[in-house]
Design a protein around this ligand. Structure first.
Ligand SMILES: Nc1nc2c(ncn2[C@@H]2O[C@H](COP(=O)(O)OP(=O)(O)OP(=O)(O)O)[C@@H](O)[C@H]2O)c(=O)[nH]1
Ligand SMILES: [Mg+2]
Length: 317
């Protein structure tokens, strides 16, 4: 697939462009300093470019790969004008990401042979789990799928109410118990109810904050185990939500979380209002687990299926 081919609708592309505006203008500002007064891509330009990529949260490993690709290109083409640097970067980063086998989707889809499809959402507190669930429920419902939510973050009363607000807004049923009740029991109820209602998708919210990390991981394991009593192969997807505005912290969190518990996909939120959007490039290059969704605003429509080609196009345009 050519990355120049337009695959998002113009409306979706506009939301993406807008969401990445801060990251892009910060990046392009730094890039313009790198090429100021230089006509040709030489070692000095490459050194400075390396710094710009690292300071744009692309991550050291991914940055080194990108620089290497550009070095090879300089060696081959002999002369590379700095006026082309942006275009070259766009091509090389798209080329690098095309080696990963994720980020090719454009629509919110779930496998047809899993019913109900059980999606469990995990991540530390405040990253955007509940909001992402609300946005996902909206997208799935819009496609005519029957959605049930499970409020298994029973650690805070407000957490249950917050998910309820989304459930009411999207108009989907939500299974809840009182604050402090067993999250695994809520998840069990949600799956049972989902099966009884012939639901297509069941989304389970979980707590981000517990007394300590070990407790949290044990709890997630227990929630999974109990869900399997209702749907044998649940959860079909464990979505780890990361706050993109924390840049390299998001990267670290992904490392720690994926080491401690099984995660099958990633969502990177809050890309609007931050200049650290480059972190998505590093995360999708460095992790085998695919980035599936990106959050580009607080609104109900502001969740997108991550498409690496559109992302790179919007970032460097
Ligand atoms: N700007 C912006 N804000 C977002 C995005 N996603 C979530 N937020 C905001 O981030 C804040 C935290 O979101 P929540 O959904 O409550 O996060 P959570 O992970 O459920 O938090 P806990 O339940 O405390 O663990 C809220 O104010 C959301 O509106 C996004 O993509 N862009
Ligand atoms: Mg929450």
């Amino acid at each position: 697939m050519s990355f120049l081919k337009k695959i998002f609708s113009s409306e979706k592309k506009e939301t993406l462009d807008k969401g990445l505006e801060k990251s892009k203008s910060s990046f392009l500002g730094k890039l313009s300093k790198v090429v100021a007064g230089k006509s040709k891509v030489d070692d000095e330009v490459l050194d400075n470019l390396e710094e710009v990529l690292v300071s744009s949260d692309v991550g050291v490993n991914t940055t080194l790969k990108v620089i290497e690709r550009i070095e090879e290109r300089v060696a081959k083409d002999k002369y590379l004008g700095t006026d082309e640097l942006n275009k070259i970067l766009r091509e090389e980063i798209a080329g690098l990401l095309s080696e990963t086998n994720s980020g090719e989707d454009t629509e919110f889809t779930i496998p047809e042979n899993k019913k109900p499809y059980v999606l469990m959402v995990v991540g530390v507190n405040g990253v955007g789990k509940t909001t992402t669930i609300g946005k996902l429920a909206y997208q799935f419902k819009k496609q005519g799928l029957k959605v049930v939510l499970g409020a298994a973050d029973t650690f805070r009363a407000a957490a249950i109410d917050q998910l309820q607000v989304w459930a009411d807004r999207v108009d989907v049923p939500m299974i809840r118990q009182d604050m402090g009740s067993d999250p695994a029991s809520v998840a069990f109820d949600a799956l049972e109810s989902g099966v009884n209602q012939n639901a297509d998708v069941i989304i389970i919210d979980t707590a981000g904050r517990l007394h300590n990390k070990v407790n949290l991981m044990n709890e997630l394991t227990k929630v999974k185990r109990v869900m399997q009593k209702v749907v044998g192969d649940a959860p079909h997807d464990v979505l780890l939500v990361l706050d993109g505005s924390t840049g390299q912290n998001a990267f670290e969190q992904a490392k720690q979380f994926t080491a401690a518990t099984e995660v099958t996909s990633l969502a990177v939120t809050k890309l609007d209002g931050t200049a650290k959007g480059g972190v998505v490039i590093g995360i999708s290059d460095q992790f085998k687990i695919p980035v599936k969704y990106i959050g580009v605003g607080e609104g109900i429509e502001d969740l997108q299926v991550f498409n690496k080609f559109e992302f790179v196009d919007s970032f460097f345009k």
